[in-house]
Structures are given as structure tokens and as C-alpha cells.
Design a protein around this ligand. Structure first.
Ligand SMILES: Cc1cc2nc3c(=O)[nH]c(=O)nc-3n(C[C@H](O)[C@H](O)[C@H](O)COP(=O)(O)O)c2cc1C
Length: 194
């Protein structure tokens, strides 16, 4: 879909989009930019989706934001930010496979990384940053020293698969994801690619 403002699209356009079989994310650019930036994320219950959107907002809202399950074609992008939620000490297999399969197109374009984890509600430590950024995402993406952050996520049992919700039954839901932290990472990434 051609770049355009949501406000210019109008209701007829929105209706047409919702009826199209192969739908694409509605692109909304509050600020004009000639940069081609994609934020791609992997999530189970939505924390990383919100983190990805807020990272884009920190960049001025100019990035296209994709769920990894859309298998986005990244060829046209100059700058790519990658992140995902943690389960059993790693991001999803879908994200890992996608990175592996897109090594060529990602080469030299990965500008930022993020991981979202529960860490049992505890603060993020340098050890966790090493574990999820340096030894995991950065290693898979073959980058060093790009802006990156481990973000605290949330538990929403009503959005989990029944077996996981049951396993978590004795834990309270919580929400530690912070929009301002995500936006600050987006701004840091944007400053690094200006
Ligand atoms: C089955 C399961 C396994 C998890 N494993 C970990 C883990 O190994 N380390 C961690 O810090 N958080 C873990 N979490 C917490 C998630 O990382 C946290 O809830 C995160 O916000 C989920 O992101 P999402 O909403 O994008 O799926 C786990 C959560 C579930 C439901």
C-alpha cells in the first residue's frame, strides 16, 4: 500500500481495506519522513506488540510495525528494529526462524533490539540484558552496540492459552510495560540513525 495519511484515507478507504482478503497493516504516519523503517516483533499476549508500537512512536511514528507472523518482506527497508517477548528464557521460535531465514536482508540494517520479559516482576539486571540482548538477539542478528533494551512486560492470564493460564493461576496479573521507556528506546534508535 502506498504511503499516505490515515486522515486522508476516509471511511470508504477503510471499508475497502477491511473487505480485502489479503489485508495489510493500516499505515499511519503523523510525521512525514523519507526513511524506510520497520519494527518487527514477536508476541504471545500483546506486550511486545505494544512495545513495538511505542518504540515506533518514540521514532516519530514513522516506522511500519509488523507481527513476525505476517512474515514481512523487509527488502525495501533501510532500518530494522527487532524484538520479542521471552518465554522459557528465549524469544519465540517464529522470531528465531525468521531472523535465520532473513539473514541476508537484515545484514547491515538492524538498528535496535528489544526483549520483553516478566522476570517475576523484578527489575531488569545487567545479567538479563546480557542474556536476552548480547547472547541472544544481538548474536542471532549478528550486530554489536546497537541501542537495545530489556523491557519489563506483563501477565494477562485471560489472554493466555488455557494450560499456561492454569500454570500461572497462583500469580497475580501485572503490567510493568512502560510507554515512556519504549518511546525513549525509539528516540535513542532514531538519534543513532540520523
Ligand atoms: C509460559 C510462559 C513462560 C514465560 N517464561 C518467562 C521467562 O523464561 N523469563 C521471563 O522473564 N519471563 C517469562 N514469562 C513472562 C513473559 O515474558 C511476560 O509475560 C511478557 O510480558 C509476555 O509478553 P507477550 O505479552 O508479548 O507475550 C513467561 C510467561 C509465560 C506465560
Amino acid at each position: 500500500m502506498k504511503r499516505r495519511s490515515f486522515l486522508q484515507l476516509g471511511f470508504a478507504g477503510v471499508g475497502a481495506l477491511t473487505l480485502t482478503k489479503n489485508t495489510q497493516a493500516l499505515e499511519y504516519y503523523p510525521v512525514k519522513s523519507d526513511k524506510k523503517i520497520a519494527v518487527i516483533y514477536s508476541t504471545w499476549c500483546g506486550s511486545s506488540r505494544d512495545a513495538a508500537v511505542w518504540i515506533s512512536e518514540g521514532m516519530g511514528g514513522i516506522a511500519d510495525v509488523f507481527d513476525i507472523r505476517e512474515k514481512p518482506d523487509l527488502k525495501g527497508y533501510e532500518h530494522i528494529i527487532i524484538g520479542g517477548s521471552i518465554r522459557s528464557f528465549a524469544t519465540s521460535k517464529e522470531l528465531q526462524d525468521f531472523i535465520q531465514q532473513n539473514k541476508g536482508v537484515l545484514k547491515g540494517k538492524v538498528r535496535g533490539l528489544f526483549a520483553v520479559c516478566g522476570n517475576m516482576g523484578n527489575p531488569i539486571t545487567p545479567e538479563l540484558t546480557k542474556q536476552y540482548i548480547d547472547d541472544h538477539l544481538a548474536k542471532m542478528c549478528e550486530v554489536t552496540k546497537v541501542p537495545a533494551k530489556v523491557l519489563r512486560g506483563r501477565i494477562t492470564k485471560s489472554l493466555m492459552e488455557p494450560e499456561n493460564a492454569k500454570m500461572m493461576a497462583s500469580f497475580q496479573d501485572y503490567d510493568n510495560l512502560k510507554r515512556d521507556e519504549c518511546m525513549a528506546l525509539g528516540k535513542e534508535i532514531m538519534d543513532s540513525i540520523k
